[in-house]
Design a binder for this molecule. Structure first.
Ligand code: F0G
Length: 455
């Protein structure tokens, strides 16, 4: 078997610079907080050489596909096999990889019937090594942390970023520090950080408080921050879109729908789509829409009440704890992306999230609550006429079902909305519940149960 990682196609690896998203200032180095030294806004990574040496789109597509046959670690990564679209490494062995990416694109026949959109797909990022989409960004950012010589990496998190960071730090021989809101992340996610050896601090605040503290920390200590403010994270997360387009034979879907929390993922996917259009790999842009939980709807309010000009933060509250974020760092990038792709932004209720999660589960796929906002949001966008029945729609499922078993158990046992304002409305979800049944260990009891289930 030839080693395809050495038979590189005739495309140039990308040299990159940092560009401020507000004033456009270009620089070769980024400060510890990844903010512009002139105006203080966020930085993004840009590839000035692409204009002159634009790689042949066909060569790129062939090279990316070919690498799937290679045995080398970097080619087996569903992120690094797209490395011409990423900041270049001096040597391929520098990549810290757990063979992330390469996630399936599933058809959703039952959800298609429910929504009235026959061509409905789910890109399941929950099938990454640590169970969430964060791995695609983390492999790139952790790699560049190590290249820069950092011993410590750190993040604030609602759980998935910390699980992913802890894993990649461990693989790369770095120490990691996790700041999470006490009592507000699932045990599954917390246990991952512990298992991967992170120093894990549960702070008596919310995610936004953790992130504020991290910003102060990185200005005082030689710690590299791996939140999605870090533009290397977003470069890695971009590859979700490249892989999706490849899976659709480079025929863009009409819509891509993502959950919105800190708004890094929507920004990354949007950046990828625009770059792929500019490189000539696709001829038109899909509409990228962002869905938030009603209780954590900062972007929805920012667009509706301030026309996307200034952030309206909220005190976040939702059982979809992954997106329990009120002060999203990448809001401006997300607004740009929605404008560039003509996407929509919607919010969904706790009941709608629970229902959508059970419906995705019933497809035999499953996801965590934050991912289910996509299906709930799609229903609204169809009702509004923004998504048409004949269009192709891809939902990005960001996290694995096993990330939040408490939510699933409480839903099926009928406890999720007990004592809340939604209690009576939740009766409508009865037909979706499958509570575990405790029985005497007799054949008759099991047969009776089987017969009842048939009715
Ligand atoms: N879905 C899941 C499962 C998440 O974990 C997150 C974010 C999102 C969606 C939202 O993505 O922030 O890029 O808009 N989780 C972060 C964390 C914040 O710390 O794990 P976003």
């Amino acid at each position: 078997m030839p080693n395809l990682s050495t038979s590189t196609p005739d495309v140039r690896q990308a040299a990159f610079r940092f560009r401020c998203i507000a004033c456009g200032d270009l620089s070769d180095n980024a400060s510890q907080n990844f903010r512009c030294s002139h105006c203080g806004d966020l930085l993004e990574i840009t590839y000035p050489l692409w204009k002159e040496t634009a790689p042949e789109a066909r060569n790129l597509k062939d090279a990316w596909r070919q690498r799937r046959l290679s045995q080398s670690a970097i080619d087996q990564s569903g992120v690094w096999r797209f490395r011409e679209a990423l900041p270049a490494l001096a040597r391929e062995e520098q990549a810290i990889t757990l063979r992330e990416g390469n996630t399936p694109l599933y058809e959703l026949p039952q959800c298609a019937r429910i929504t009235g959109v026959p061509r409905l797909f789910a890109k399941h990022q929950g099938l990454n090594p640590t169970g969430s989409f964060k791995d695609a960004g983390m492999t790139v950012a952790a790699t560049f942390a190590r290249v820069a010589g950092f011993r410590w990496v750190a993040c604030a998190s609602t759980g998935n970023t910390s699980a992913s960071m802890a894993a990649y730090a461990a693989r790369g021989g770095m120490r990691s520090l996790v700041l999470v809101p006490e009592g507000k992340i699932s045990w599954s996610k917390l246990s991952q950080a512990l298992d991967y050896g992170a120093v894990t601090c549960q702070l008596r605040t919310d995610f936004d408080g953790c992130l504020r503290l991290l910003q102060e920390l990185v200005s005082r200590a030689p710690v590299y921050q791996l939140n999605s403010i870090n533009p290397f994270r977003l470069e890695g997360q971009k590859t979700l879109a490249l892989e999706l387009l490849e899976q659709l034979d480079w025929q863009p879907p009409d819509h891509i729908i993502v959950p919105g929390g800190n708004l890094g993922n929507s920004s990354a996917i949007g950046k990828a789509l625009v770059e792929m259009r500019d490189l000539g790999l696709i001829s038109r842009l899909p509409k990228l829409s962002v869905i938030q939980a009603e209780g954590a709807n900062a972007l929805v309010r920012t667009l509706r009440e301030a026309a996307g000009k200034r952030l309206i933060s909220v005190q976040a509250e939702t059982r979809a704890t992954a997106v329990r974020i009120g002060n999203p760092a990448s809001w401006k990038k997300a607004v740009h992306v929605l404008e560039a792709t003509s996407g929509a932004c919607e919010q969904v209720s706790e009941i709608e999230i629970a229902q959508a999660k059970a419906e995705i589960g019933a497809e035999g796929i499953g996801c965590e609550p934050a991912s289910a906002v996509t299906l709930a949001g799609l229903k609204k966008l169809v009702k509004q006429g923004f998504v048409k029945p004949e269009e192709t729609v891809v939902l990005v499922l960001t996290g694995n079902l096993l990330k939040d078993p408490d939510f699933t158990m409480e839903f099926h046992r009928g406890d999720l909305f007990k004592g809340s304002a939604d209690e009576s409305a939740s009766a409508a979800l009865e037909s979706l519940r499958r509570p575990p049944i405790v029985l005497d260990a007799t054949l008759e009891a099991v047969i009776r149960t089987l017969e009842q289930a048939e009715k």
